[in-house]
Write a protein that binds this ligand. Sequence first.
Ligand code: VG1
Ligand code: CO
Length: 542
Amino acid sequence: MRSVTHSTQPIEGQKPGTSGLRKKTPVFMRPHYLENFVQSIFDTVGARGKTFVLGGDGRYFNDRAAQVILKMAAANGVARMIVGQGALLSTPAASHLIRLNETDGGIILSASHNPGGPTEDFGVKFNMPNGGPAPEAVTEAMFARTREIAEYRILEGAEVDLSAPGRVTLGAMQVDVVDPVADYAALMESLFDFEAIRALVKSGFTMRFDGMCAVTGPYAHEILERRLGMAEGTVVQGAPLPDFGGHHPDPNPTWAHALMEEMMGPKAPDFGAASDGDGDRNMIVGRGIYVSPSDSLAVLAANAHLAPAYKGGLKGVARSMPTSCAVDRVAKALRIEAYETPTGWKFFGNLLDAGRATLCGEESFGTGSDHVREKDGLWAVLLWLNILAVRKASVAEILHDHWKTYGRNYYSRHDFEALDTHAAEEMMSRLKASIPTLPGTEIEGLAILSADDFAYHDPVDGSVARAQGVRVRFTDGSRIVLRLSGTGTEGATLRLYLERYEPDPSRHDLDPQEALGPVIRAAHALAGIREQIGRDRPNVIT
Ligand code: VG1
Ligand code: CO
């Protein structure tokens, strides 16, 4: 086996977005594309003598990309790679392995909730030794490297057999192929009261988990069916497929509609959940009731002490800026700090490392805690199960009880996908330019209290992230936020986030779209959505 150095040239646009570098699969498969980016990672964080974790969500090209990365790691002098069997690892499991083995970081192959397949999406992400996504300073350095790269190193020769756990070598590099589920499942058992959940299951409690043909299936089969004793068949679409069965592996009411229909139907089980392509997102549904991710975060924060890992209470909570303020109300009652960060899990890392936050969440179906440094789909499902087991109440009861105590933050996100990039950017710049003129004015009967383009000052390392989304607050506590997505691979996606607070319990059962009516109209009027991007209606509502 021989290490060769190939000369190469910089490739345009290898700039990581909200969560790693995401492109169409055929783009990633072009000559030198993956190699340039991986060499730029090694050039930025160093390779010689280091140990990294490697795995992905199993989408098309996952297996071949893993082989390329292993050969490049060996040629760059990496000492050891820990790889999930079959090159599979969910994002939270990868984060855990990075921490458990005290490695120098990891490479995760995933485009998360984006569809997979020969003409769909692929992605590569680097996580730091703390297990969390690389912060902006690091991804910026990687991007800068891609713009001056002149060569990459790779081993020529046989591929590594990843089909079974065990230790092999590749040149001078040690490769440990590990069961992707075992260590993660053990971590979950250490956090939650599995005994109590097993008792709940024995008492007749039923659940449906939709793996969406993505990476969480094997984890869910092991934990829910084998360790917690739920009936076989509890987990559906549990086998990971390279094209996710042709579905969009995004756990929301639009893309997980089969689960939604079952949960709203006459034969609904007690509890339903779904996870995304790489296993870091979760959707929670009770019998006949959908739990919005922002509410889920708030309920978990208010009840976390019922699970063994959090019985000492929470140090603090953090939410992304567009996420509803429901969790802030819980933090206030608990007298703990509530942090507001930009969109993307990388911004939670410092707060978790510094012990300032225990629970974090995003409106985009992401919740997690300091047990890893990624959001974690199954973790959220298990915390819900632990709470249900202790409180012996239904999801609907817990949710209504929560709203009664804290009031309800009606919330929705409207996505306008595949927009003309120029038009979308133009709309955002016009909106930003109008910010100073907004406070004190009225729109659609709502009085504007404040408006800004969100900037985050990290309280731990002092770094500043600007231009993270336009937020407009109204005097009645309502809020709208607009930003462009940083994970898409086609045109632009406008995300419009809408929120309205309702303290009156007699008004807690409205349809969120109706309850938010005035806020929605104000948002459209303010941004001139129809005039600017030619669209009246969103194509995804969550
Ligand atoms: C989206 C979500 C964001 C999430 C990110 C990665 O980003 O809004 O909350 O952290 O995806 O999630 P954007 O820039 O498209 O709005 V995942 O599960 O795709 O890693
Ligand atoms: Co994901």
